[in-house]
Design a protein around this ligand. Sequence first.
Ligand code: G1P
Length: 289
Amino acid sequence: MLPTKAVIPVAGLGTRFLPATKVIPKEMLTIVDRPTIQYIVEEVVASGIKEVVLVTASGKSAIEDHFDYSFELETFLAQKGKLDLLNEVRHISRLIEVVSVRQKEPLGLGHAVQVTEQVIGDQPFVVCLGDDLVESEEPCVYQMLKVFEKYQEAVVAVQEVAEEDVRRYGIAEGKEVEPGVYQVERIIEKPEPGMTKSRLAVIGRYILRPEIYDCLKRTLPGIGGEIQLTDALDTLRTERSLYAYKFKGKRFDAGDKLGYLQATVHLALDHPDLGHAFKKYLKEIVARL
Ligand code: G1P
């Protein structure tokens, strides 16, 4: 059985982007011409996922509205004959079914996943973090689904990071069982220097099995006093199995100001209408540096 639902936690306050995120959810910040969350939703749609489960909090309704049908806007665009824009707006509302679940307390990523148990039920599912954007030929989630299909066990996407960055991520240790696929022997949230030799950092893409819910229930608060998904995954790998997959593509941390700017430049260069003119402009700037 392959996952059909993707959980996207969006309840965070976006403090790294204040004051921009005082009123606007960080997931609605624009990269080129669409909000960051739309890139994630497009990735899961392109991977064959049929339903998105948003884990929300108050002040986040703009995200639900973005994927909803807008009668007023569509009628206006149709009357004005602005058909390209109408198609663009329709495309968003028809992308995928969206349901929302509230995370009533900010108790961490593990807790955000825990509150989806009722809507996910007894089936494997995808988790995508809204800060992580992946530019790749084949969607990152699709690549991971192929690994899941083979092993039928939970899969986390990893990339190698510099030693000084290890403390910013969940880090997986394990042995490579085929090129780019590791059987995880330990996974640690934000290890202190010296705690691990591995540099395989988990990025915000997970394929989970329903057994994770039981692991989460037994997970005590970890780093930062939060219920960490990484800690529950470490339980899961002892009771079942866990694989880490080195995805093909480039990941941006759009939750960080520098990462956000890098994502903007990359995606603007790839944009079908803007790419050419933007490249020319960048060359002019570089020549002046
Ligand atoms: C979360 C996870 C961490 C993972 C990271 C990827 O951390 O807890 O394991 O490596 O996302 O972006 P956060 O960045 O929310 O602190």
